[in-house]
Design a protein around this ligand. Sequence first.
Ligand code: FES
Length: 110
Amino acid sequence: MGEFRDVAAIDDIPVGTGRAVEINGRTVALFHTESGFFAIDNSCPHRGGPLVDGDLSCDEIVCPWHFWVFDLKTGRHADPRIRVATHEVKQERGRILLRVSEDVSGGGIV
Ligand code: FES
């Protein structure tokens, strides 16, 4: 597993917003909700829609292309065969640190 990397200032991502960050060759969508910060792969397992551009509702993200919904805490879709990879996030001295997992998104239907 990789190291935590500094990816943004906490103040740069207000509650209710997200941002895509490039780290270890992956594009990760980082979201700030009332529950905290969450990081998932940015590419939707359906057909690759940019999840960072989706609508954030509580701790769920709705893909902007075909409206699949993913739980930000678990990466799970309502269909248990479908999921998006999640990554560890922590806060330190006003910064957001991210550690990319070796997990991969899966279960998409073409
Ligand atoms: S690409 Fe995300 S729902 Fe189709």
